[in-house]
Design a protein around this ligand. Sequence first.
Ligand code: GRF
Length: 194
Amino acid sequence: MQKNIVILISGAGSNMEAIVRAARRGRWAERFGAKVCAVISNRPDAAGLAGARGEGIATEVVDHKAYEGRDAFDAALIAAIDRHTPALVVLAGFMRILTPAFVAHYEGRLVNIHPSLLPAFPGLKTHERAIEAGCRFAGATVHRVTADLDHGPILEQAVVPVLAGDTGGTLAARVLTQEHIIYPRAVERLLAGA
Ligand code: GRF
């Protein structure tokens, strides 16, 4: 049975691109019958949409601003995602809080990456908060999504040092290079059933 992967983005989509590249290099189609079949953004101006199209992947926008409230938006998003009958829904810089109904609908099929060493620093501005707290190390976490924001069973983590003089920006860039390694790895392990 084909394992369809749907990736949700809101911005640059560099994690999405890392996964698409890994799928190609790692021959996920041949090895797991897996394919990134759609990239969906809640923002029409997400730069990652062009990248996905360049990879020959179907893209779609479900603009949250067009909906009255989270329930209506999540229902529209579910409809768009389910057209692809996904085995896996991958949140890659998708900057919307999802309703419990959405999370329940994709139970066991929904993963996220968060740019901190969870359970430390859920939510926004993680890098600035890690620097401010005097952390010597920061990192990123791939986890299964539960109704609790930025929680859920951890699948992969990577650690980077916090260096003297780091700003939120420099730390974010260091963490992002690790995200591009651990997210494809986590997805590949899920596909392999490991
Ligand atoms: C990543 O740091 C991700 O962890 C965070 O937002 C950033 C998205 O980057 N939630 P990109 O869109 O994958 O380039």
